[in-house]
Design a binder for this molecule. Structure first.
Ligand SMILES: Cc1cc2nc3c(=O)[nH]c(=O)nc-3n(C[C@H](O)[C@H](O)[C@H](O)COP(=O)(O)O)c2cc1C
Length: 327
């Protein structure tokens, strides 16, 4: 059996360890990706980027292709549904960005995406899926992966058919979050679908869904035989999860961060966010919402959250985090 630290090959590009940070709108920006890579993620997927906006030359969207100077192992996620547009967007990304991989969003259940036939809605149209993947593969030199759900609704659980269509069209790997579009995040993800997909396809399968701690990740590898594990919510405020998985795989007890480690990590995260922000002076406003996640397991969570939320500028927020020993 392969090890988590073994490289996983996606055409000409390989990443290691086999731990992928999930695309999460509002989170998976440069700062968060850099932090996750430092903490042991093998590859990080960006927030989704609109293929249509890229093709139309939208300036804001082009800025989202940027990666940090020292950043590697980035997979850029595109959403859209028109094969020609997706192919053209793939061509643009290859020319304008330094990412290593392209991903297609076939999992988003949100109405404003689904109503255009994008995201998980596209799974209802296998011919279109084939055409989109094929167009992107033929227009780009990067490996193209697909992130999907178990199906477009509860009556159409067609991940095997869609997975096969993607493989036939030249996809380099598939990520499966085994809930259908209507489930959003409710119920349990059907990890057995990940095993079924793995058995049905030749290309790598990346498992996703409710990996909230290191043990969950090792259980997913073992139960499903997947080639890599993707982690979303489990890494928010807990970037240690990536190194804990590697520690546990080696038979070590995972190192649990204490409050000083959590405060130091939150501060590092804040510094990265400010460094890569377009409006650095206003960063505290966004961070007041996300940084409390670092302390979600603390018995003082509510009071820590209040302190963080009371900061009125970057300097006050920094002072709150530096003063953790008085909390
Ligand atoms: C706030 C939030 C934003 C997300 N944004 C995206 C996205 O842009 N693209 C995507 O494919 N999935 C997105 N997802 C889904 C995650 O990538 C992942 O599939 C899902 O959270 C299940 O994995 P988890 O249980 O490890 O969190 C998002 C999920 C959350 C909670």
């Amino acid at each position: 059996m392969q090890k988590v630290s073994d490289p996983l090959l996606l055409n000409q590009y390989s990443f290691s360890p086999r731990l992928v940070a999930a695309p999460m709108a509002g989170y998976s920006n440069t700062a968060t990706r850099l932090l996750y890579r430092r903490m042991g993620a093998g590859m990080c997927v960006t927030e989704m980027v609109s293929a249509k906006a890229l093709v139309m030359g939208n300036r804001e969207t082009f800025l989202r292709l940027a990666t940090a100077q020292d950043e590697d192992s980035v997979c850029l996620q595109l959403f859209g549904g028109c094969p020609e547009e997706m192919g053209e967007a793939a061509r643009i990304v290859c020319g304008e960005s330094r990412v290593q991989c392209l991903d297609i969003n076939m999992g988003c259940p949100v109405k404003k995406i689904a109503k255009n036939g994008y995201g998980a809605q596209m799974m209802g149209d296998p011919l279109r899926v084939y055409a989109v993947v094929h167009s992107m593969v033929s227009k780009s030199s990067l490996p193209v992966t697909v992130k999907m759900r178990s199906g477009p609704n509860q009556d159409q659980i067609n991940f095997l058919e869609i997975g096969k269509a993607c493989e036939d069209a030249g996809a380099a790997a598939i990520t499966l979050h085994p809930r259908n579009k209507h489930q959003k995040f409710s119920g349990l993800p059907a990890w057995e679908y990940i095993s079924q997909l793995k058995q049905a396809l030749k290309i790598p399968v990346i498992g996703n869904g409710d990996v909230l701690n290191a043990l969950d990740a090792l259980r997913m590898f073992e139960k499903t035989g997947c080639d890599a594990v993707m982690i979303g919510r489990g890494a928010v405020g807990n970037p240690w999860i990536f190194q804990q998985i590697l520690q546990m795989e080696c038979g070590l007890n995972p190192i649990e961060p204490g409050i000083s480690d959590q405060a130091a990590m939150a501060l590092t995260h804040m510094d990265l966010e400010v460094e890569y922000s377009k409006r650095p002076d206003n960063e505290y406003f966004r961070l007041r919402k996300s940084l409390p996640e670092y302390f979600r397991n603390s018995k003082h969570y509510e009071s820590i959250k209040l302190k963080i939320q009371s900061a009125n500028n970057n300097s006050e927020l920094r002072d709150v985090l530096l003063g953790w020993d008085c909390w």
